[in-house]
Design a protein around this ligand. Structure first.
Ligand code: SF4
Length: 426
């Protein structure tokens, strides 16, 4: 590859056919994941230890979605804290005591670190130990980092899950069991659970669980299947505790879900015939739901800017099942172990980028002028103003998109901006 090949990337960043870019990034930080995590674990509370900026981010990202008292808040570090003039630990203890008195339903409290708390080196893991001891038997206090210094927003969930893995009880025997890793909408979780049960696979546990009391045991005999591609660190933490990872594509689209279930079946010694029998009806329904969306999407050109880490499996689904043409697929991080199957499915011809140099990506995007661009919220409006159609990547993290029953809806999320554009043109 020359210094200025058709990707516009410097040859120094190329490795194994994947072009790496480094530069300015346009992504939300890990605090954003609290927006979906607080809805998932019903008896947990997320206390961000951060600045007013962190509080604003959470309010604006989650504000429109709150219908009840939220299960998150920000303990704001003031100027005296940041200047080292106040004892932050004393303040934090006071805030936590008040919170727990006011909210007796909290069973697990997560202290979430931020850029400011990391910069002043506030040790939240020590604070969590101290507070757990102070409230023993009443609440478990844990900590993780949601800082945006070196991460993208879905890594907040990975950090959260890694912390949770350390709390899992050790398995008492080596009998087979399955942990499905990564937050899924409850409706999706129920559907996958039903299918796995019909296949005779079990016991099945979902991590994170809906309740703090349902932490699954882990150890030899535990298989882990990732439901989300941004759970690499948590997967490795489970492996360190004796679990075995089952390699599979992610359960997006009809074929992705089928391959995911087939991989689970193989790991548990279930025959292909049984998989075919159990999945026949939902596969048929899903293909029928997908067909009208495919008519809109087939032949349309799509670019993914790096944001959510869902880019590779989504690109595979849109190319293979919806007939879209992939112009560029960029992902914030490529994890060979967790994304290798998806990358292989895209083939060698796809322009694949890891990381971000936002100015260069935008230059390429304008030159490519795809029919649809999947990007972060911050870039969507300016790109729309330039005449490009966009899809917010964060919407794909919030929406129930995995599994057979959601395949048609998933395709429709991409078809909608194209249909709207066509309607406005008429
Ligand atoms: S954690 Fe860092 S990047 Fe995120 S809102 Fe706070 S200051 Fe900003």
């Amino acid at each position: 590859m020359s210094d200025s090949d058709n990707t516009g990337c410097d040859a120094a960043y190329c490795r194994g056919g994947l072009v790496q870019e480094e530069g300015q990034r346009q992504v939300f930080c890990g605090l954003t994941s609290i927006v979906w995590l607080h809805r998932k674990m019903h008896d947990a509370f997320f206390l961000v230890v951060g600045s007013r900026t962190c509080a604003h981010l959470l309010q604006s990202a989650a504000g429109v979605m709150i219908f009840a008292e939220p299960r998150f808040a920000t303990a704001i570090l003031g100027e005296r804290d940041l200047a080292g003039l106040a004892d932050c630990n004393e303040e934090l203890d006071r805030v936590v005591h008040e919170l727990l008195e006011r909210r007796p339903e909290i069973r697990t409290l997560f202290l979430v670190g931020s850029c400011p708390s990391e910069v002043i080196k506030l040790d939240l893991s020590k604070a969590a130990e101290r507070l757990t001891a102070a409230h023993e038997g009443r609440v478990r206090v844990l900590s993780y980092s949601g800082s945006g210094l070196e991460t993208t927003f879905t890594q907040g969930e990975d950090q959260f899950l890694t912390t949770l893995v350390e709390q899992l009880p050790a398995k008492q025997d080596e009998a087979p069991s399955l942990i499905v890793l990564g937050t899924l909408a409850e409706v999706v979780e129920d559907q996958l659970h039903r299918l796995l049960e019909e296949l005779g696979i079990g016991p099945v546990h979902f991590l994170p669980p809906r309740s703090s009391d349902d932490l699954p045991p882990v150890g030899p005999g535990t298989r882990v299947m990732q439901a989300q591609p941004f759970t690499g660190e948590a997967t490795r933490a489970l492996i360190r505790r004796g679990a075995e990872r089952v390699d599979a594509p992610y359960p997006l689209g009809v074929e992705g879900t089928l391959a995911w279930l087939r991989a689970a079946a193989h790991a548990f010694g279930v025959s292909d015939e049984r998989v075919d029998a159990v999945t026949e009806a939902p596969v048929e329904r899903a293909r029928a739901a997908l067909a009208p969306q495919r008519e809109t999407l087939a032949g349309k050109r799509i670019t993914f800017l790096p944001d959510s880490q869902l880019e590779l499996p989504l690109a595979r689904f849109l190319a293979q099942e919806c007939g879209m043409e992939l112009v560029e697929v960029a992902t914030p991080y490529f994890d060979r172990e967790c994304h290798g199957v998806e990358r292989d499915a895209l083939g060698e011809e796809v322009r694949l980028i890891e990381g971000q140099d936002v100015d260069r990506q935008l230059e390429r995007l304008r030159a490519d002028s795809p029919d649809l661009t999947v990007c972060g919220l911050g870039l969507a409006n300016p790109l729309e103003a330039e005449g490009l159609r966009t899809k917010w990547s964060i919407e794909l993290v919030f929406s129930p998109i995995q599994g057979f029953e959601q395949a048609g809806d998933l395709a429709e999320l991409f078809a909608r901006p194209l249909v709207r554009h066509a309607t406005l043109k008429v």
